[in-house]
Structures are given as C-alpha cells and as structure tokens.
Design a protein around this ligand. Sequence first.
Ligand SMILES: [Zn+2]
Length: 279
Amino acid sequence: MSWFKREDHKIVNDAAKTVRTEGLWIKCGSCNAALFKADLEANLQVCPKCSNHFRFDARSRIANLLEPGYTLVDLELRSTDPLQFTDLKPYKSRLADAQKKTGLNDAIVNATGHIGPHPVVLSAMEYSFIGGSMGAVVGETIARAVDRALAARHPLIIISASGGARMMEGIASLMQLAKISAALAKLDAAGIPYISVMTDPTTGGVTASFAMLGDLNIAEPGALIGFAGPRVIEQTIRQKLPPGFQRSEFLLEHGFLDAIVPRKEMKSYLTQTLTWMTQ
Ligand SMILES: [Zn+2]
C-alpha cells in the first residue's frame, strides 16, 4: 500500500512545449506556423513569424555572441558518478548517452573571447545534456569560469538553461549552489561585473544560486524562470496558475529581472552594457 494517494486533479498539459518535427520542417509551438529548419537556424532559432524563442545550444550561443577567434576551455571534466546512482537506468549510461548526443562531457561550455571590444569569460549551459542539470562538473566548470574572470579581471557572463540540480549526484549537486555563490562573492568583492542571462528554462538550484546573483539579471523573452516548476506548484496547491506565470515578462513586471532582451539584440545589448559597466 502506498503512503500517498494522488487524488484526481487534472493538470492541463502545456501544448506549447511540444515541438513536432518532420524532416526539414518544424512546427512553431507558439503560432503553429510550419517553418523551414534552415530558415529557423539562420534566424538564431527564433520563429520568423511570431518571435517565439526555440532552445539554442550552448556552442551556437557562444559562436553568436563572441567575436571570431574565441577559445573553448575547461571541456575536459567528466562526472565520476559519486553515488553509483541508478534510477530507471544507471547514471553512467545516462551520461554516456548524453555525451554521445551532444559531443560534450557535461552540460556546460566555458569560453574566453571578446564581445565587441570587451574581453569576457562566457559560460553557457547546454539544456540537451540531461536537462542542463547541475552536477559537480557543471559546478566546477562555472567555478573555473569565475576564477578565470577574477584572474584576468574580465567581466563574466553566464547563460543559464537548466532544470536545476542533478538528482543523480544528490548532495554533491547541492554543494554546487554554495560553491558557485562563494566564488561569485569573490568576484563581487573584486569589483568585476557579472551578467546573468536566463534562457528557457532556468529553474531549481540554478535559479536559487548563480542565475539570480548577477549585477545585471536579464532574460530572453518567454523563458520559464523559477525555483519549483509550474507543474510542481500546480500539483501542490491544486490550482491552475495564471497565464504567463514564471515567464520572463511576469518576472520583469514583478521586479525579478532587469531587462528582457531578444536573442538577436543580445550581442549589441551586452556590448553596450559592458561599455558602461567597465568604464
Ligand atoms: Zn511562431
């Protein structure tokens, strides 16, 4: 007999989250337009019809923001599976699958380079690697990005895309919140700017630590940003949440964000911002 029994309370699935693909075409989850994949790619994965922001992989983000000649760094770290964790399948095989799918060792890519004339350290999360979850490798890689920013006295930019802490690493995953927050406090004390860019989705332990600690906290339009996700909140309070709850626009209106910046304007926005922040 189970301890808890779920009573019948219907939760409406968010159809906008499902994207159906057929070969060369992709359907926009927001306006239902059939889009040619190559057009979408040329438009930085933003729907040309309704400006819906599709997910964008870490390496494309870096290539889009940094001037040519940038360097990808800290890619060698790999998870040791400290708990020998198995849920539906062993964590080790989840890691192996994700590594094969993304060509990355974990859900993060660090880079050093320039945005316009400004030297920066840029760290971008990869959502397609186990939901961009933050385990010890993500934590250490971000801590290294902070250390690089501190050593070179260059501004730090972190682009978040994450479902939160990585359950398969348990406490080791939770430790990353404190570790990164402590590193960022050193950056703050040294007077080096840190800009947090939140993208869809930024939730859980990532929101609860570095994503909300920026000197400037900005987000892409329509991004889901929160601690517990809307499904968990709905299941807890057993009520349907208001439209737009936990989306960028809602957060801006309630004072959690400094600005919403469309993907295509992100580079010029950051260039301008870094100019006044570093003067
Ligand atoms: Zn659209």
